[in-house]
Each structure stands twice: as structure tokens, then as C-alpha cells.
Design a protein around this ligand. Structure first.
Ligand SMILES: N[C@@H](CCC(=O)N[C@@H](CS)C(=O)NCC(=O)O)C(=O)O
Length: 206
């Protein structure tokens, strides 16, 4: 199995954490930003978006990080990370879609503004709007976690993995956050997972 993508990408981090939870062996190929690769015809043939991550597993070439997490969980841990009951799985799929369509777009201007833009060039209004939207989005997760340790209940599932990288950014970027005790306990729980510690918490936010 081959995973294309630089380790600083939040979307690559999801796949690396999932692979660690599943105990999978793979070769990782640096790609994206300073590494280039993503604009080559060979890479575009695998992933026409020119983005990372891309997974190659035998005859399957797959892009979209959450689809990759879902695939790996289904292939290697059906009944565990990937629940077999359709209603249970739909509940988790919903959180994964929400991460891509609601949570991540809120955090993107905050991350880009505070980490990848020099102070003199920052759009503070866009950063502030992103912070407000991120607090609102993570407030929804905080409420969900009032009676459970993980999004799906008392076990880590595939649905928790996509939130991992942005949760680390949320708690470590320099802005004011309200007290979100269930969310903070969730992040602390993630930090105890060796795959999260190695592939997300230990990687500089850059
Ligand atoms: N929806 C896609 C987004 C992929 C994406 O935008 N990846 C970013 C990194 S997080 C990227 O490729 N950036 C350009 C680059 O690294 O060259 C996914 O979840 O896989």
C-alpha cells in the first residue's frame, strides 16, 4: 500500500492515523506544496485534483481523505472502526461528511491566516469569522460528547479520525476559546492514542 502526501497536511494526517489504528504497513511518498509531485502527469492520472492524500492499494487508487479512512476501516476492521449496522454507520458517515463540509471550511481561514500568512498580510476579519464559525462547529461536537467518549459511543470509530487534525489546531492556535469541557476531554483522549500522538500532535503546525 502506498500513501502519497506530506506529513503536514491535515488530510494526510487522517489517513496516517487511521493506518496506525489499523496496524497497517505502507510506503509514504512525500507530495504536495514544497515537494511538488502533485502536478506531474503521473500524479494527475491518479488524482486529477492534484491534491493530497492519494492511496494506492493493489488495483485501487483512491482520493478524498475521508473516503480513504472509510475504505481502510471497512477493509480491515468491519464491526469495529467501521460498524456493519447501516443505521450506526449512517450516523458516523454523517459526522464525516459534516467534518468536510462544515467544520473544515470554518477552520481553513484561521489556519491559513495565522500559520501560513505573514502578519502584515493577514485578513483579520476573515480570521475572526473563521474563529467564530469554528467555535460554533466544535460547540456542536462538544454537545454531542456530553454523554459519550467518542462520536459513536464508548469506542473510537472512523468518524472520530477526520476531526483529529483540526481539533489539534483548534486547541493549539493562538486565539481565545470558550470552555468546551467535553471537547477538551475528547482531545485529551485522542492524545492517548499512539497514532494520533505520532502523526498529528507531534507534527509542527506549519
Ligand atoms: N477534500 C480533499 C482535500 C485535499 C486537499 O485539499 N489537500 C491539501 C492538503 S490538506 C492539498 O493537497 N494542498 C495542496 C498541496 O499540498 O500541494 C481531501 O479530503 O482529501
Amino acid at each position: 500500500m502506498k500513501i502519497y502526501g506530506r506529513i503536514t497536511s491535515s488530510n494526510v494526517m487522517k489517513v496516517l492515523w487511521a493506518a496506525a489504528e489499523l496496524g497497517l504497513e505502507y510506503e509514504r511518498v512525500d507530495a504536495g506544496m514544497a515537494f511538488g509531485v502533485v502536478d506531474t502527469p503521473e500524479y494527475r492520472a491518479m488524482n486529477p485534483n492534484g491534491r493530497v492524500p492519494t492511496l494506492v492499494d493493489g488495483d485501487l487508487t483512491l482520493w478524498e481523505s475521508n473516503a480513504i479512512v472509510r475504505y481502510l476501516a471497512a477493509k480491515h476492521d468491519a464491526g469495529g472502526l467501521w460498524p456493519t449496522d447501516p443505521a450506526t454507520r449512517a450516523d458516523l458517515d454523517r459526522w464525516m461528511d459534516w467534518q468536510q463540509t462544515t467544520q473544515n471550511p470554518a477552520m481553513t481561514p484561521v489556519f491559513w491566516g495565522l500559520v501560513r500568512t505573514p502578519p502584515a498580510e493577514r485578513n483579520q476579519a476573515a480570521i475572526d469569522a473563521g474563529i467564530a464559525q469554528s467555535i460554533a462547529a466544535f460547540g456542536i461536537v462538544n454537545a454531542r460528547l456530553a454523554d459519550r467518549d467518542w462520536l459513536g459511543g464508548d469506542q473510537l470509530t472512523m468518524a472520530d479520525i477526520p476531526l483529529g487534525p483540526n481539533l489539534h489546531r483548534f486547541f493549539n492556535l493562538p486565539f481565545e476559546r470558550p470552555d468546551l469541557p467535553h471537547l477538551r476531554a475528547y482531545y485529551d483522549r485522542m492524545l492517548t492514542r499512539p497514532g494520533y500522538a505520532a502523526h498529528i500532535a507531534a507534527v509542527p503546525i506549519s
